[in-house]
Design a protein around this ligand. Structure first.
Ligand SMILES: Cc1cc2nc3c(=O)[nH]c(=O)nc-3n(C[C@H](O)[C@H](O)[C@H](O)COP(=O)(O)O)c2cc1C
Length: 204
C-alpha cells in the first residue's frame, strides 16, 4: 500500500483544508496509508546562520522523504497561498530537499466559489523551484469551493460531484506515483543539483 503524506496548507483552527484531507484520509483508507502533517506550530522561517534546522522541520522532512507521494491542500489568501504554507516550504527547501522528484498532488479549499484555484496555480510554480523540484501531477485542479458548507458533522463530503472528481484524481495520483517510480534514475544527481543551487544562492 502506498504511503502518502497530506500537508494541511493552513494554520487555522477550523481549517476546511484540514477537513478535506481528513475526509481523503478516511475515504481512501483501503487504497493508501495517509498521514496528515500540520504546519501551524512551525517557527517563523529565519535563515539559521549555522544552517541547522529545528528538530520539528527535520522530522517533517524525513516523513516527506519516506513517503511515496504528498498531497498538499492549500487555502487561498489574497489570491495566493497562506503565509503559513510559504513558511513551511521555506523551511523544507533550506538545507533539506525532501520534495526533489516527489510526486505531489495539489488540491485546495476556500469559502468562495473558486476553490483556491489561484493559490493552487502559485503553489504549482513554487513546487517547481530548483530547491524544491517536486513532480507535481499535471492536469489536476481539485477546487473545493464553498468549503464551509462542504462537510457534514461526521466529516463526510456532501457534494457528490466533488466526491466523484476526488475519486478520479486520487486514482490518477496512485498511477502517477507508479509512473514516477520508473523515472528516479537521476534522483541522487537531482538532489545534488538542488543542493548546489542552495549553496550558490543561499549560503553567500
Ligand atoms: C486574509 C484572507 C484573505 C483571503 N483571501 C481570499 C482569496 O483571495 N480568495 C478566496 O477565495 N478566499 C480568500 N479568503 C477566504 C478563504 O477562502 C478562507 O479563509 C480559506 O481559504 C479557507 O481555508 P481554511 O478553511 O483551510 O482556513 C481569504 C481569507 C483571509 C482570512
Amino acid at each position: 500500500m502506498k504511503k502518502i503524506v497530506g500537508i494541511v496548507g493552513n494554520n487555522s483552527t477550523e481549517s476546511t483544508n484540514r477537513k478535506l484531507l481528513q475526509y481523503i484520509q478516511k475515504h481512501f483508507q483501503s487504497k493508501a496509508d495517509i498521514e496528515l502533517i500540520e504546519i501551524r506550530d512551525l517557527p517563523m522561517f529565519n535563515k539559521p546562520s549555522d544552517g541547522k534546522l529545528p528538530s520539528v522541520i527535520l522530522e517533517m522532512s524525513e516523513k516527506i522523504e519516506a513517503a511515496d507521494g504528498v498531497i498538499i491542500s492549500t487555502a487561498e489568501y489574497d489570491h495566493s497561498i497562506t503565509s503559513a504554507l510559504t513558511n513551511a516550504l521555506s523551511w523544507l527547501s533550506f538545507n533539506n530537499f525532501p520534495f526533489v522528484d516527489k510526486p505531489v498532488m495539489i488540491i485546495g479549499a476556500s469559502y468562495g466559489l473558486l476553490g483556491a484555484s489561484r493559490a493552487q496555480q502559485h503553489l504549482r510554480a513554487i513546487m517547481n523551484a530548483p530547491v524544491i523540484r517536486a513532480m507535481v501531477m499535471p492536469g489536476c485542479e481539485f477546487m473545493m469551493g464553498h468549503s464551509k458548507e462542504a462537510f457534514d458533522e461526521k466529516g463526510e463530503l456532501v457534494f457528490p460531484d466533488k466526491v466523484q472528481q476526488l475519486e478520479a484524481y486520487f486514482s490518477d495520483f496512485l498511477q502517477f506515483i507508479n509512473v514516477s517510480e520508473l523515472i528516479q534514475d537521476r534522483h541522487a544527481s537531482n538532489v545534488n543539483e538542488a543542493m548546489k543551487f542552495y549553496r550558490e544562492q543561499f549560503e553567500k
